[in-house]
Design a protein around this ligand. Structure first.
Ligand code: COA
Length: 438
C-alpha cells in the first residue's frame, strides 16, 4: 500500500483518535514545542472514556489541564520537569515527579523503565516520500515514536522541517489529526542591567572559536546579547532560542572551529518564537539530533573550547547547586544541566568551562529579597549539581571558581560575588561555620 493511501486511511478527528487511548495507559507528550495542543485538549475533554491514565513529559509549554485537581480522578501527572501548572499537582499531593538526566530518557523508554504506551506528538505534513518531520523536537520524541504501541500525530502545516533525527514515516503512525495553528512560543526574557552585567562576565570567559551550550531561562539570552563581536562560535546545545538566530545571521556563529559536527548548529530541541522556527525550516546549517547523542557526557566530552551556561536557584558555600527546587518545592527539573557540566569536565583540551550564572538576589513570593548565595541550601532542596561537579559561578558582581578549590576558598569567593546587602551576614556565617576569619 502506498504512503498516500496509508495517510488517508488513518486520518481522523481528534475525538476519534482519543479512542485509541485505553484505561490504564501511560500517555507520553512529545517534548516542549512539539506537544500537540489539540490532542492534549481532546484527551482531557474525552476523560469519560478512561480510568487511570498517567501523563508524562519533560518541558511543557501547554496548559497542563490533565494535572489539575479537577481531573485527578482520571489523570495522574508523572513528569520529569514541572511548570507552573504541573508543579501545583505536586504541592496538592496527587502529582508525581521523577528525577532523571535528560540524556538517559530515550534509553529508559527503549528498555521499558519508562513504559510509555501512547505518544501524542505534532509533526509536519508528509513530504513526497511519505515522511513527516518532528521539526522542533528530536530529544526523546523520536525514540517514543519507535517504542510506544500507539502513536497519534497532530499534523500541523506550521511545524518546520528540520534536518537530523527528525523524520518519521507515515506507516509508523496510528492516527493523523489534521490542523493548522501557530506553534507554542517562548518569548525572549527581558534583559535588564543585572542580566547585562552577568552576560558580560560570561562573555569574558568565551574565546573566539568556542562551542556554546545554552540552558533554559533569562541568563542564556543575556549572554548571547554580549557575543556580537566574537568570531567562529559554534553551538552544541540541548536547546536554542531566538538569540542564536541573530548571532548566526551576523556571522559570530559559523561553527567553523567545532571539534565535531563542524559548521552545524546541533541541538536536541528548539524553544523560541516564530523567528526561530522560520530560521530552522529546511536550514542545512541546523541539525536536531536525539538527546542521547547531543547531551550524552561522552559525546559532549569530544568538544573543544566548550562553554556551558546554565542557571540555578541557589548556591551554597560549598558550591552545591540547587537548580530545580525552592526548598521542597519542585519548580523545574534536572534537564541537561549535569549532562553538560560532566561532559565539559571530561573534555581533553583543558579549556572547557561550565558556568552557572544567576542574579545575586531574587524576590520570594512574599516580597522579601533573598540572597541566592547561601550558607546552606533551603531545607529539602535537591542538589542538582554536586560540589565536585561545580566549576564557575557567576553573578552580576563577578566570577567565582570552584574546581580544585578548598571549601573555605569557595565560600570566600562566593561571598565576594554575593549582593553587597548580604555580604556582612554571609561573612558572619562563614566565621561561625569554619571557625576562621573571612
Ligand atoms: N529563593 C526563592 N525563590 C527563588 C530563588 C530562591 N533562591 N531563585 C529563584 N526563585 C524563584 C524566582 O523568583 C522565580 O519565581 P517566579 O516564577 O514567581 O517569578 C522562579 O523561582 C524562577 O526563577 P527565575 O530566576 O526567574 O528562573 P529562570 O527562568 O531564569 O530559570 C532555573 C532558572 C534555575 C529555574 C532554570 O534555569 C532551570 O530550571 N534550570 C534547571 C535545568 C537546567 O539547567 N537545564 C539546562 C539545560 S535546559
Amino acid at each position: 500500500m502506498g504512503w498516500k493511501t496509508i495517510f488517508e486511511e488513518k486520518k481522523c478527528s481528534a475525538d476519534e483518535a482519543m479512542k485509541l487511548i485505553k484505561s490504564g495507559d501511560r500517555v507520553l507528550l512529545a517534548h516542549c514545542v512539539a506537544e500537540p495542543e489539540v490532542l492534549v485538549d481532546a484527551m482531557v475533554k474525552n476523560k469519560h472514556l478512561y480510568t487511570d491514565i498517567t501523563v508524562s513529559h519533560m518541558v511543557s509549554l501547554g496548559e497542563g489541564e490533565y494535572s489539575t485537581h479537577e481531573h485527578k480522578d482520571v489523570f495522574t501527572y508523572e513528569g520529569w520537569f514541572t511548570n507552573a501548572k504541573t508543579r501545583l499537582s505536586l504541592i496538592q499531593g496527587h502529582g508525581e515527579f521523577v528525577p532523571v538526566f535528560f540524556h538517559q530518557i530515550p534509553e529508559l523508554i527503549k528498555n521499558g523503565t519508562f513504559k510509555e504506551d501512547v505518544l501524542l506528538v505534532s509533526m509536519s505534513e508528509p513530504d513526497e516520500h511519505g515522511y513527516c518531520n518532528l521539526g522542533v523536537s528530536s530529544d526523546y520524541t523520536l525514540q517514543a515514536v519507535k517504542s510506544c504501541a500507539t502513536v497519534i500525530a497532530e499534523i500541523n502545516d506550521q511545524v518546520p522541517v528540520t534536518f537530523g533525527d527528525t523524520f518519521v514515516h507515515v506507516k509508523d503512525i496510528d492516527a493523523f489529526v489534521i490542523n493548522s495553528h501557530p506553534l507554542y512560543e517562548s518569548k525572549p526574557a527581558k534583559i535588564g542591567t543585572v542580566e547585562e552585567a552577568i552576560g558580560k562576565h560570561c562573555s569574558s570567559l568565551i574565546e573566539d572559536g568556542s562551542t556554546l551550550q545554552l540552558g533554559i531561562g533569562a541568563i542564556p539570552d543575556a549572554v548571547l546579547s554580549q557575543l556580537k563581536d566574537k568570531k567562529h562560535l559554534g553551538i552544541h546545545s540541548e536547546m536554542i532560542s531566538d538569540g542564536v538566530v541573530d548571532l548566526y545571521k551576523t556571522g559570530a556563529i559559523d561553527g567553523s572551529e567545532k571539534a565535531m559536527d563542524e559548521g552545524k548548529i546541533v541541538v536536541t530541541f528548539l524553544m523560541g518564537t516564530k523567528k526561530l522556527y522560520d530560521f530552522a525550516d529546511r536550514n542545512p546549517a541546523l541539525e536536531l539530533r536525539t538527546v542521547d547523542y547531543v547531551n550524552h557526557p561522552e559525546v559532549v566530552a569530544k568538544s573543544s573550547k566548550l562553554v556551558c551556561i546554565n542557571s540555578c536557584v541557589q548556591v551554597d558555600f560549598m558550591g552545591q547547586i540547587a537548580s530545580e527546587s525552592i526548598g521542597t518545592m519542585q519548580i523545574s527539573g534536572v534537564g541537561g544541566q549535569v549532562d553538560f557540566l560532566r561532559g565539559a569536565a571530561m573534555t581533553k583540551d583543558g579549556k572547557s568551562k561550565a558556568i552557572i550564572a544567576m542574579p545575586s538576589v531574587t524576590r520570594k513570593k512574599d516580597g522579601t529579597m533573598v540572597s541566592k548565595i547561601v550558607p546552606y541550601l533551603d531545607h529539602g532542596a535537591a542538589v542538582t549539581t554536586s560540589r565536585c561537579d561545580s566549576d564557575y559561578i557567576i553573578t552580576e558582581y563577578g566570577i567565582a571558581e570552584m574546581r580544585g578549590k578548598s571549601l573555605k576558598n569557595r565560600a570566600r569567593q562566593l561571598i565576594n560575588i554575593a549582593h553587597p546587602d548580604f555580604r556582612e551576614e554571609l561573612k558572619k556565617q562563614f566565621k561561625e561555620r569554619y571557625n576562621d576569619d573571612f
